[in-house]
Design a binder for this molecule. Structure first.
Ligand code: FAD
Length: 415
């Protein structure tokens, strides 16, 4: 028997979950379904950083020069599984094309617009769903440990202040005052006040799911969408591992798995790849840091959480099917250790790998076409951009003007 909903959201990551809750709260009957559990994808293990200051695409020409060296280091911040080079090639070529001045500037401006709205959206979302115990808007740090890097941070800081991304360049004394656990090898950094972090992602997902159910929403887990078709009355019909469902609107928020879902409803071959990332969670290190600290030299982040200290980062191109290489997660420990004034306790540490959903231009797809709404491809910033994406999708569903220009995130840019 076919079950009918106003809106069906495919994908219970932070993006789909925020969208489902936001729309359900407007009184529409929403079904949220996921092939696994809610919050078990990339959203489960990210660094928890509401990183509104990250307004540049992941690929730029300055990084290009250091790529060969990075690729030769098996545990470096970037890894390519050479067996995956051929399938990756079309995406990679587009990524390199986007390093040209014009597309690069366009992407940078679009990210600046989106992330600036993302900060306000998180403040509103936190207040509306009473998330203050989980979402901390206390800022974050980007630190340097050699003088050339610190000089670069100085220029970066000036530039960002000039475009409205507020920050403060701080020397070592101020840095160590803010984070006394850092070692004196860290010579200074940038403090970003309009950023934050989530101290427990699992609890965040649980709280949002509870709010969604209380508002009347329906959740189905272990329910994989295997086919989508449009009907003559313009609804969409989903075939899933738990039967057939129809929706007046269907939101595709499947993270890194969205490409095949989009293919089911359009002829667009979205350049969506996964940039796999890792974390190492240190439960004994609760309280070591106060706010997230990223290292410009070491290219990873340490985030204080209620379950300990999370070390996270690295980019690995190896597709969605190859097994994780947990050595990359374990390598985060020797990477972090020299940054701190006391050795880290790795007793009972846990490791994890997740699939970042990355388009070749580092911008998400937030768009609509017939009964379909697209909300995926948030790359390194899905947590940061979840609340604003939910706001935008809500406007698209209710056919209201969006607070920012959604044409920047149109799916048609890939036609
Ligand atoms: C190591 C690491 C650190 C990161 N740190 C940060 C950070 O600090 N800040 C930040 O903003 N971002 C960060 N990110 C990125 C962030 O985690 C992602 O951008 C975000 O989680 C994407 O959310 P999502 O909801 O789109 O995808 P997901 O969380 O992956 O959710 C997608 C869901 O869709 C479901 N699904 C897929 N296909 C189907 C189907 N056919 N049928 C049913 N269900 C389906 C999946 O099971 C999954 O649960 C990090 C990522 C990694 C890997």
């Amino acid at each position: 028997m076919e079950r009918k909903y106003s809106v069906i959201v495919i994908g219970g990551g932070i993006v789909g979950l925020s969208i489902a809750l936001t729309i359900q709260a407007t009184g529409k009957a929403v079904l949220l379904l996921d092939k696994d559990e809610i919050g078990s994808g990339a959203s489960f293990g990210n660094a928890g950083h509401i990183a509104t200051e990250q307004v540049f695409p992941i690929a730029d020409l300055s990084v290009l020069k250091s790529i060969p060296k990075m690729l030769l280091d098996p545990l470096g911040p970037l890894r390519l599984d050479w067996r995956y080079l051929l399938p990756l090639m079309p995406w990679l070529l587009k990524l390199v094309g986007n390093m040209r001045h014009k597309p690069f500037t366009h992407i940078h401006q679009a990210l600046t617009t989106l992330n600036s709205a993302a900060f306000d959206a998180w403040l509103t979302f936190t207040q509306k769903w009473q998330l203050d115990d989980l979402v901390k808007i206390e800022g974050s740090l980007l630190v340097a440990e050699n003088s050339a890097t610190f000089d670069k941070l100085g220029q970066h800081s000036d530039y960002l202040n000039g475009i409205g991304v507020q920050n403060q360049l701080i020397g070592q004394a101020e840095l160590l005052k803010r984070e006394p656990a850092l070692s004196s090898s860290q010579i200074g950094g940038i403090f970003y006040p309009h950023t934050g972090h989530v101290i427990n992602l699992v609890e965040l997902h649980e709280k949002l799911t509870q709010a969604f159910i209380q508002a009347g929403g329906a959740v189905l887990t272990q329910c994989e969408v295997t086919a989508i078709a449009s009907t003559s009355n313009k609804d969409a019909v989903l075939t899933t591992t738990q039967g057939t469902f129809s929706g007046q609107k269907v939101v595709i928020a499947g993270g890194a798995f969205s490409k095949s879902l989009v293919k089911m409803v359009s002829r667009i071959n979205v350049p969506l790849e996964t940039e796999r990332g890792y974390h190492l969670m240190l439960p004994q290190e609760y309280g070591r840091l106060k706010i997230p600290v990223s290292s410009m030299d070491r290219r990873f982040i340490m985030t204080p959480m209620s379950g300990g200290l999370r070390l996270a980062g690295t980019v690995e191109y190896a597709g969605l099917k190859r097994p994780a290489n947990m050595q990359r997660a374990r390598h985060l420990l020797p990477l972090a250790e020299p940054m701190l004034n006391e050795p880290l306790n790795s007793y009972q540490a846990t490791q994890w790998m997740g699939f970042r959903p990355s388009t070749s231009d580092s911008l998400p797809v937030i768009d609509h076409k017939g009964p379909y709404i697209f909300a995926f491809g948030h790359q390194h910033l899905g947590l940061t951009q979840a609340a604003i994406t939910a706001e935008l999708v809500n406007c698209l569903i209710h056919e209201q003007p969006t607070p920012i220009d959604c044409s920047l995130f149109s799916i048609e840019r890939f036609l």
